[in-house]
Structures are given as C-alpha cells and as structure tokens.
Design a protein around this ligand. Sequence first.
Ligand code: GDP
Ligand code: MG
Length: 439
Amino acid sequence: GLSSRLQNVFSKLRGKGKVSEDDVSEAMREVRLALLEADVNFKVVKDFIAKVKEKAVGKEVMDSFTPGMVIIDIVNKELTDLMGGSQSKLARATKPPTVIMMVGLQGAGKTTTSGKLAKMLQKQNHRPLLVAGDIYRPAAIKQLQVLGEQIKVPVFSLGDQTSPVEIAKAGLQHGKDNGHDYVIIDTAGRLHVDEELMEELRQIHSHVNPDEVLLVVDSMTGQDAVNVADHFNKQLELTGVVLTKLDGDTRGGAALSVKAVTGCPIKFATLGEKLDALEPFHPERMASRILGMGDMLSLIEKAQSNIDTEKAKEMERKMRNAEFTFDDFLEQMDQVKKLGPIDQILDMLPGMGKMKQMKDIKVDDKQMGRIEAIVQSMTTDEKQSPEIINHNRRKRIALGSGTSLAEVNRLIKQFDEMRRMMKQFSDMMGPKGGKNKAM
Ligand code: GDP
Ligand code: MG
C-alpha cells in the first residue's frame, strides 16, 4: 500500500547524514509513483511534488544535521495541508436544532453514517433525531429504524408514500417541537449521479436550510469518489465530506485528493460497520499514518475515552520521552487488548505496522499471548533496561516462556525499533524539535 511504499522511500532517507539533490529527486520520484499508484488525482500529485521539491532542495535542509528527517517532515506537513490542514469540526446552529443533511450515492454509507453520527452526538449529551428520507430503496426506512433502536435515538418517518421534501420538513418540525438539538436527515442515493436526484436534494435543501450538507463517499472507489464529490459540490454546496470504509483495502487516494479537488474538508472518517466506527478526521494524523509514523495521538485519545486516563497520559509522556520499558509494553498490551481488534490497533502504533507485515510474524491475539509470555519471563531489571538482555539472558527467557530464541530476539529487535521510532517521532513533533525551525 501507499504507506509501506512511502516508508521504504523514507527509511532510505532517514539514516542519511547528508542528502544530495539527487537523493531528493529520487525520493520524490518514488513518492510521485506511490501517490499515483494510490489513485491520487494526477494534478494533485503534480502540485504536491512541486511544492515538496521546492522546500526540500533548500539550503537549510541540505545543511541540517538530519536532512532525511527534515524532508520527511516537509512531506508530512504538505500531506497535512493537502487534506485540509487542521481538523474541520461539525457546524453548530446558533439557534438549535442543527440540521445535518446526508447525501451521496447508493451504498456509500449514508444511512449507517447517520446512525454513527447520532450515536456520537448522543454520547456528547446531545439529543439527536434521525429522519428517514429515503423512500426509494426497499427497506431503507426499516434499516434506519433498526439503527435507531440499537442506539436508542428516535427515528422520524412518514413511510414511503410521502415525498422526501415533505418528510424532511415535517421531520425538522418534529425535532423542533420535541427539543432535539440535532436533526440528521438521511436521503436517498442513486447508483450514479443523476439530475432527478440532484433536483430532489436541492428541494430538500431549500426547505430545511441545513447547517451541514455532508457528502458521504466510499473511499474504496478512489478517483470515482473524488469525481462524485466534485459533481455534488458543484450542484449542492457541500459543507463537508465523510470518507467511509477506510477500514477496507483502500489505496488512500480519495482521502488525499478530495479536499484539493473540491475545496471541501473531510470532517469524518468511518472505519467499520459497527456503530462506533466513526472518527473525526484529523489531517495531521492521517498524514502521519500514511507516513508510517503511527497514529499515537488517536490511540491515546481512544485509550483516554475507553480506559484509564491517568495511565494513558503517563504512557503518552513516556512515549514522547522514549522512556518506554518492557513493563510499559506489557501494560500497553493489556490496554490495547481492551481497545478492539488487534489488527486495527497495531496500525496506529509506530513500528507495529511493519511488524504486522513481516511474513513470519502473525500478530493476532494468540501471538500477543506469546509476546506476553516472553516479557513476563524477564527479570525486573531486564524489563526496565532492555539493553542488558544479552545472549544468555535471551536463552533463559526463551526457555522460561516456552518460546524460541528466535522469537525472543525478534521481539527485542522490534521493541528497540519501536523505541527508536518513538524517539524520532517526539523529536519531530515535540517542543524540542527546534532543528526544523529553518523552514
Ligand atoms: P447508503 O446506501 O449510502 O445509505 O449506504 P449504507 O449506510 O446502507 O451502507 C452500505 C453498506 O456499506 C452497508 O453494508 C454498510 O454496513 C457498509 N458500510 C458503511 N460504512 C462502512 C465502513 O466504514 N466500513 C465498512 N466495512 N462497511 C461500511
Ligand atoms: Mg441509505
């Protein structure tokens, strides 16, 4: 994928003490290919590379101590900008209810996202109302009602014999009358953009005057998603985009081009069919994730909302200072297990993405058990100062944990790598990362 290709380019640069213009050119050639392969819009790629190159061949970069890191930082910043710079929040009406209209093609994820959004708002102590505005797709109303029941959010419906415009109007009124502060209108989609659909959406729009018009696009469709977004935006004045199915085998191109092509910010991403698989979209985190630096911040945030806040904070501090020990590692694994499917979590941890890709290590919950056994077979000193674990100690640990020397070696190597990456990450991001000031 995009991520692993870019990681390869950058692991070559990272170690270099000096970077020549040729090095930069070669890296940029590979970045360009990686982006095109990820189905990023051609023009977006061209502009992107030009911008990065302009900054990367500057004198400050060449003269810096860690030119490779500086270039990665430039790419990181440009990727972030490309996706909108900072997080774009959901609009809020000065006078409630805030009206959110969901639009998009059939199957993009409008109805499920409506449910996810309602759940998120409810968790924030709001009182959302869902409005069933898709009268065309068989069972679309039922689908929303089932979602509503699951999350205990009321669903307003007038059946499928009333026009969507009337339903939207009545739904909004119902929301006002019943003290709802958010009204989420689910609408119908078509298999392709067509004029009839657009006209109906324009009608709904003019009657309910939404604060948000969120276009829901399927990130798996790559360039098509971007074309659809462009088309809808010209017809409807979107306020934001929701990228769905980022959990799937997407090549990432949609995330990288949507904002650049439409000017419309990505506000949310969805990463699964479950109702809590909705996340505010953070361009800077997405960029880090693409660059393989992991998404520690997302993970920490998730940890904070799901588990022990104090522990998570302490973990964050340790990660930033690279004081991470095997004890922390174990504890983190414990917490990680509570967070959800191990595959998804590993993607967010620096270094772990790579671990997952290694053919000979299959990281699943069973594998986690073996890793735990290894760490538990270490002495307190060894856990705190992994550098003292020499060959004899490794043999002892392997015996004690019922694993092999190779497994122990591999884990320690991965751990070192992880620590190193954390250190790099905090150098780049932390307040002491002053070496990049030249830019
Ligand atoms: P709509 O036609 O736009 O309303 O689309 P739906 O909400 O009915 O979703 C279409 C299909 O995509 C359903 O099977 C959803 O479960 C699935 N889906 C929606 N969002 C996601 C996501 O983030 N990840 C995955 N894997 N599937 C999703
Ligand atoms: Mg639907």
